[in-house]
Structures are given as structure tokens and as C-alpha cells.
Design a protein around this ligand. Sequence first.
Ligand SMILES: [Zn+2]
Length: 414
Amino acid sequence: MTLTKQPSCRFCGTKLEHTFVDLGMSPLCESYLPFEQLNQMEPFYPLHVQVCANCFLVQLEAYVTPEHIFSDYAYFSSYSDSWLAHAKRYTALMVERFGIGANSFVVELASNDGYLLQYFVEKKVPVLGIEPAANIAEVAIKKGVPTLVKFFGRESARELVASGRKADLLLGNNVLAQVPDVNDFVAGMKILLAPSGVITMEFPHLQRLMEENQFDTIYHEHFSYFSFVTAEKIFAAHGLTLFDVEELPTHGGSLRIYGRHAEDASKPVTARVTEMRHREVSAGYLQLETYSRFAEQVKETKRKLLEFLIKAKRSGKQIAGYGAPGKGNTLLNYCGIRTDFLDYTVDRNPYKHGRFLPGTHVPIFPPERIRETKPDFLLILPWNLKNEIIQQNAFIREWGGKFVVPIPEVQVHE
Ligand SMILES: [Zn+2]
């Protein structure tokens, strides 16, 4: 593993001197441990997020290389029903709005297990996935989604263009945050995009992260956290104009930005862009003070969650976790929640069964474990999917079980 030192802003190069939030030391959130590794040393890295005083990009130093992160990446998008439904709706929307069809070429960056492109394949649209994790790309290929195992940037964009292909629709969901060299990535999109092509990118919205205390979405694999105004600046620097923006409920509140070549006048900039820009500027997203207030909010969220857990344990309650997402690992490590509070957690992804959460070593079981042990409280770690999870596990009410959602602050659902 290599340490890549980055004391300056990954977009504009300004020296980074202002703390956004410091979550202490944490292991890599996707390093689920097998039993044999429990007694070995475990690397912890700082989760110290900074904000650039010039462009206001909120960012984490890249302590680990993407090669390391993606070598055996455990995240399979297809394990979430609501995420699949989201992908299906997106496909219908693109077909309708931009006339994407059999003569188009759709490219997805970080296409994961083909969870989204499969819906374009169903509609006979030529697609290509670009996915750095080989084990996940393999699943996509088996599903009939052509996928290249590659990191995306200027170089891979030029290779694709040289083979005679430019993208009419170029999309990436939850990848922009995971790119260590954001300039190389966005420059690559400029190269690969057809003259009248459309880019769509979805990423968690910084405003929602800050307003709703979603500090657990901060982890080593997420290098950058974007406001709309900062994203707009980055795309503009590479000759791309954001012509539309939508707010989505996914991942606790995301933005879907629509980009095009600055030269392409066929798609006018919508009022939604002006409104979003105005909203962020009035909320202070171009002022350093706004960012420096976040850290205290996070500490208070931790105190409230621990207060609840201590009280529950003192009155003899049994608490289990639901889910083993990356965000859960940030939360549990930052708050110091181990098997002293959580007996175990469950996950639908069989890859994680029999393994242990990084840092906290909470064991991960299949969901059936809940019926066997009948916990009093189920702490929902992927709170962005709480409605889906509460619905799927409504049976815990048979024995008086209750759901606990930790973010934006601890809340019990009967
Ligand atoms: Zn900057």
C-alpha cells in the first residue's frame, strides 16, 4: 500500500489549512475481516477532512490508492432493491428526455455489477461499463453487460475515442467522490463525450451532508464532497457546462447534474441551475465560516447516540445492527461502538457473512439471525435505506422490537 501525500487542493492546488471535521483514526471501511485476521494488526488512517479556502472543495487526503481500494471491492449495487428501482427509472428518463436508443452509445463510469446498464441492454441500447474492480466487473459481464476493467481518466478516454467510440450518454453514479485526481477524470469525460452528448453524474449533496449530520458518509474511499457551486466550477474548468440539476432522495440526498460541452448550444441552462446556485450562495457555501461550524454538530450527534445506547444497555436491552455499509463503519469507529453495545449486525450480501466489521470487529450474519435472537432494538446503519429496511423487517414488532436510526440524530421507530 502506498501513501500519497496531498497537502494541497486536488482541484485548484491551494494549500489546505482549514479543518471541516476530524473523525479521528479509522480503518478502511470496506476491509471486512475474516476470523483468522482478528488477532492481527489492523491499519488505521486519519479521517481528517479539510476544506479549500479558495474553491471550497471539501476533501480528504488520499491515504490509500484506488488500486488498493478496488482490488477486491465488496460493494455490489444489486443487493439493494431501491437502488435497482432508481436505476430503472433513470433509464426510462434518459430514453424519454434525450432519445437514447439503439443508435446511441451509453458509457457508465464505475459501472459496478451492471446494476444500471442492464436496463439499457434490455432496451437494445449499446453500452459499455468501465469498472476498476475486477471481481465486480466479472459479475456484470456474466449478466451480458460489456465491461472494461479500468480506471477512467484522460488516457482511457483517448483509447476509447481512438477505437472510434464517443459517448452520447456518459454517466457516473457515486464515483466522482471516489476519484483521487478529479481533474484527470473530468478532463477524460470532456474527451469521451460526443459533440451533442450528455453527461449525468450523481453524488451526495454537501448541503444535505452538513444540514443533516451525515458525517458517517465520510470515509477513506470518498476523497471529495461536493456542493453544486464547486462541482460547477470544476466542470467549467474542463470546458463542460452544467445545464440542469435535480435533487434526489438517494444516499441521504444527492444531486444529479447534467453536463454538456460548453460549445453545445442545443441544451439551454435551466432555471433549476440558477436556483440551486442561488440557494447555495445564500446558505453560505462560498464562505469558510459555514464549513467551520460543522465539527461541533458532529460531536453532539455522537453524544446523543451514545446516551441512547448506554441507557438501553443499562436497562438490559439487546441491540443488533442492520447492514454492514461503509457508512456504518465510520459511525461505529468514530463513536467507539463495538460488541459492548451491538451484539452483531446482519447483511444481505453473502460476501460479508462470517466476516467482522473493520475496527470494531462486530460479527456479520445473514438476516435470518434477527428472528433467531429477537433483539429489542435494530440499529439501522444504512439509514438512507431505512424505509425499505423497516418494511422488510416489520416482523420484529411481533416481539416488541423497535428500529433505531442514528442519523441525523438518534431516533426510535416503534
Ligand atoms: Zn481548491
